[in-house]
Design a protein around this ligand. Structure first.
Ligand code: K2U
Ligand code: ZN
Length: 169
C-alpha cells in the first residue's frame, strides 16, 4: 500500500471524465487499497481515483465516526438509478480544493448500483451524509468539482485562494 499525491485545483487532470473499469482484479484492488490509505491520511471520508491522477470510475469511502471501527467502502463503476425530487443542503469541502467550504444542494436520497471490492454487483439506497458523499465523489468521476455548483464569482474566488495558499507553502 502507498499514500499517493492528491491533485488540487487548478490541475486540469481533475476535469477529465474517468473511464469505466473493465475488470475488478488484483491490480484494481491494489489501487483501491492505495486510495483508502491516501484518504485516511488526508484525512477525508471519501476519495475518487481521479484525485490521485487515475481516470478510472472508482471511489472509496469510510463514514465511520471518530472512535468507531473503520468501515471502508468501495464503489466500482457506480451509477445512480434514481434520485429523489427532495433536495438537501450540505456544507461541502474537497481534498482537491483545500480549505474551501460552501453549501451545495443535492438530491436527499439516491439509489445506487455498483460493484464492490470483490467485483460483486450491489444495489443500495443512500441518504444523509452517504448520499452527499457518493454524489460528491461521482461528480469527480465526471470531472465536476463541488465548486462547479457555486456561482462563477465564488468558484473563481475559491481557485484564487487555493493558488495563493499553494504559492505561500
Ligand atoms: O472528494 C473529496 O475530496 C472527499 C471529501 C468527501 C466529502 C465532501 C463533501 C461532503 C462529504 C464528503 C472529503 O472527505 S472533504 C473532508 C470532509 C470530511 C468530513 C466531512 C465533510 C468533508
Ligand atoms: Zn472532492
Amino acid at each position: 500500500m502507498a499514500i499517493r499525491e492528491i491533485l488540487v485545483v487548478p490541475n486540469p487532470a481533475l476535469k477529465q471524465v474517468s473511464a469505466p473499469v473493465e475488470q475488478v482484479d488484483d491490480a484494481l484492488r491494489a489501487l483501491m487499497d492505495d486510495m483508502l490509505e491516501t484518504m485516511y491520511a488526508a484525512p477525508g471520508i471519501g476519495l475518487a481515483a481521479i484525485q490521485i491522477g487515475v481516470p478510472k470510475r472508482v471511489i472509496v469511502m469510510d463514514l465511520a465516526r471518530e472512535g468507531e471501527d473503520q468501515q471502508p467502502r468501495y464503489f466500482v463503476n457506480p451509477e445512480i438509478l434514481w434520485a429523489s425530487d427532495e433536495t438537501a443542503p450540505y456544507e461541502e469541502g474537497c481534498l482537491s480544493v483545500p480549505d474551501i467550504y460552501d453549501e451545495v444542494e443535492r438530491p436527499a436520497r439516491v439509489r445506487l448500483r455498483y460493484m464492490n471490492y470483490a467485483g460483486e454487483p450491489i444495489e443500495e439506497d443512500a441518504e444523509g451524509i452517504f448520499a452527499v458523499c457518493i454524489q460528491h465523489e461521482m461528480d469527480h468521476l465526471d470531472g465536476v468539482l463541488f465548486i462547479d455548483h457555486l456561482s462563477r464569482l465564488k468558484r473563481e474566488q475559491a481557485i484564487k485562494k487555493v493558488k495563493k495558499q499553494a504559492k505561500a507553502a
